[in-house]
Design a protein around this ligand. Structure first.
Ligand SMILES: NC(=O)c1ccc[n+]([C@@H]2O[C@H](COP(=O)([O-])OP(=O)(O)OC[C@H]3O[C@@H](n4cnc5c(N)ncnc54)[C@H](OP(=O)(O)O)[C@@H]3O)[C@@H](O)[C@H]2O)c1
Length: 332
């Protein structure tokens, strides 16, 4: 597959100090990118990015930009040939005000990034959407593995208060409308539950799902689950999508689709010392197992890391950062 990479041209990463964003920066450095615009929420810390291998011989420039501030975003995006747009509120907690806390920043933030990209001649934007723009979709046929043609049912989300999925779906729809109207090259990636070692000090939402499961949570992730993926693969896929001229449309990024109950069973076998809840039966009756659900990325050459490795790496990282205590054991 032909690559359009000129690694000396600048690229911008929004949400660069978050879980996936930090891995995108790390992977860009590993792959020889030399000029990275690190766009972060004003007042937050990006110091861990400067200790990454290769950071000292590259130019990392920090831009403090709320994605709701078009002028600040434009400064971050200026002179970049590619933009990885990741900044978006990422929480599965119930918000007090979904419109202000989730939907507005996701949708208007995306439009602000795309407007800046279009005006400033960015050649491609890789938009981090989510499986949460594919599901929940209760009308998806249960015999068919989920793929990129699925869209989240917004009426279902409203009725069941699934606000995060609503925010990601509305943001992606707005992005496609904008791309079509303005002739901007946008490619979207849809990661499943993303796991692995954290480079940033805080705990992000997807690693919290694993942490809670290890601590005995009975939450079946009803509306938020298709499968899991190593954060390293998500970062690699993002760069692959920037560099592959023929890439277009939506790319599901998961190492297979499978039941959350099966995931819990696998975790319980891997870590018998933790009180992992074993669900009785399927947690996701309409979800069909599929090993190569991310066929579009596999066809571009991405080889997925086993989910077990993603989990082991995440657990080690949770332990080393003090989120998961060693002494938690199953009480009989
Ligand atoms: N992790 C997953 O499993 C997963 C799966 C599918 C899709 N995604 C998507 O991937 C992206 C990154 O997620 P993540 O897991 O890396 O979460 P994360 O660690 O919470 O990163 C999100 C980043 O966005 C920033 N942000 C939020 N609102 C902002 C605003 N108004 N202005 C500027 N920056 C803002 C956050 O800044 P703060 O430092 O202030 O928090 C944070 O750095 C998100 O778009 C998410 O929806 C994640």
């Amino acid at each position: 597959m032909a690559s359009s990479a000129n690694k000396e041209e600048a690229v911008c990463v929004t949400g660069a100090n978050g879980f996936i964003g930090s891995w995108v920066v790390k992977t860009l450095l590993e792959q020889g990118y030399t000029r990275i615009h690190v766009s972060i929420y004003p007042g937050t810390d990006a110091s861990h990015l400067f200790t990454l291998p290769g950071a000292s011989s590259a130019t990392l420039t920090v831009f403090e930009a709320d994605i709701l501030d078009p002028d600040a975003i434009a400064k971050a995006v200026e002179n970049c040939r590619g933009v990885f747009h990741l900044a978006s509120p990422n929480t599965l907690e119930e918000p007090k005000d979904p419109q202000t806390e989730l939907i507005l920043p996701a949708v208007q933030g995306t439009i602000n990034v795309l407007q800046a990209a279009s005006r400033l001649g960015v050649r491609r934007v890789v938009l981090t959407s989510s499986i949460s723009a594919l599901i929940p979709n209760p009308s998806w046929p249960s015999h068919k593995p989920y793929d990129e043609t699925s869209w989240t049912d917004l009426d279902y989300c409203k009725a069941h208060k699934v606000w995060y999925s609503m925010s990601k779906t509305l943001a992606e729809k707005a992005a496609w409308d904008f791309a079509e109207k303005h002739g901007l090259d946008v490619v979207a990636i849809h990661p499943a539950t993303c796991l692995g070692p954290s480079l940033q000090p805080g705990l992000n939402a997807s690693c919290a799902v694993l942490l809670n499961l290890l601590q005995g949570s009975k939450d079946p992730q009803e509306n938020y689950w298709l499968g899991a993926v190593h954060v390293k693969d998500v970062a690699k896929a993002q760069i692959l999508l920037l560099e592959t001229p023929a890439a277009s449309g939506r790319y599901l990024c998961t190492n297979g689709t499978f039941q959350f109950s099966d995931f819990a069973d696998r975790i319980s076998k891997l870590f018998p010392e933790f009180p992992v809840y074993r669900f009785n039966g399927k947690t996701h009756p309409g979800l069909k197992d599929c090993k190569d659900a991310a066929k579009r990325l596999i066809d571009l050459g991405l080889v997925f890391i086993p989910v077990e490795d993603a989990v082991r790496d995440a657990v080690e990282s949770l332990k080393s950062r003090g989120f998961l205590k060693q002494e938690e054991t199953v009480t009989i």
